[in-house]
Write a protein that binds this ligand. Structure first.
Ligand code: BTN
Length: 244
């Protein structure tokens, strides 16, 4: 039998065999007052959720985890934590494999999507964030190849327990960095792992598509594009195509 994963000091593990969605369970615990660093981990999810209402296939064998964060910031800044979470995933990829981050929160390894990140926040009446649930699914044992996926999948090797330990440590470190140095440092680290400036990209905006060249990330985490009709700043959308 494998040993229970060890989490960073002060963090607590809630380990489950099966749950609908670890994000829902973490939100329920956060609403009941659970502190930052409460990590919900389930061997499988029966209703795993992805971004934009998509399903996240969650059979036993991969990592499904949601961490309660209490960043004490105004609502618009919560999205910055998605970049920190993507970097934390990139941090646990073994040396020798090619890691790229893709706006806003995808992580590709050797060209294949290795993880999905779903950030969900509760905001109080003052506009201050009460909690953020950082839901992260990492392919460890296998790479699901679903027709709706925009990239082929890829997977880490090793055990789910080891991946969880490493991910929690990396997330705690990236969160501390965000608190200590602000988004500028996270943004610079993210840009260093993104595709090259000037690369051609397509961004899906609702039903429409915007085509342009990747021009970076602004101070709020919005995607900057140079399009045929001039510069564009994109706050929410989905990047298709090869780079950035
Ligand atoms: C994406 O669409 O890429 C995001 C997928 C996020 C999946 C993770 S698995 C753990 C947590 N619980 C969920 O229901 N979703 C997230």
């Amino acid at each position: 039998m494998s040993l229970a994963p060890v989490l960073p000091d002060g963090w607590t593990l809630v380990a489950l065999d099966s749950v609908g969605s670890t994000n829902d369970e973490a939100a329920r615990l956060a609403d009941a007052g659970a502190p930052e660093g409460t990590v919900v981990w389930s061997r499988e999810q029966t209703g795993g959720r992805g971004r934009r209402g998509r399903h996240w296939a969650s059979p036993v064998g991969n990592l499904y985890t949601s961490t309660i964060l209490r960043p004490d910031c105004a609502a618009p800044r919560a999205a910055e934590l998605g970049f920190a979470a993507a970097l934390a995933v990139a941090d646990i990829v073994p040396a020798g494999r090619e890691v790229r981050v893709k706006w806003p929160n995808d992580v590709l390894v050797d060209g294949g999507k290795i993880a999905g990140i779903l950030l969900e926040s509760a905001v109080g009446q003052s506009g201050q964030v009460q909690h953020v649930v950082a839901g992260i699914g990492v392919n460890v044992g296998f790479a699901p190849q679903l027709p709706e996926m925009r990239y082929p999948g890829s997977a880490l090797s090793g055990s789910v327990e080891t991946a969880l330990e490493k991910l929690a440590a990396a997330l705690a470190a990236r969160l501390a960095e965000w608190r200590r140095e602000g988004f500028a440092t996270v943004r610079a680290a993210w840009l260093a792992k993104a595709g090259p400036l000037g690369a051609e990209v397509d961004v899906k905006l609702g039903e429409g598509l915007v085509r342009g060249r990747f021009a970076g990330l602004d101070r709020e985490g919005a995607l900057l594009l140079e399009t045929a009709s001039g510069p564009r700043r994109i706050v929410s959308g989905e990047l298709l195509g090869r780079a950035a």
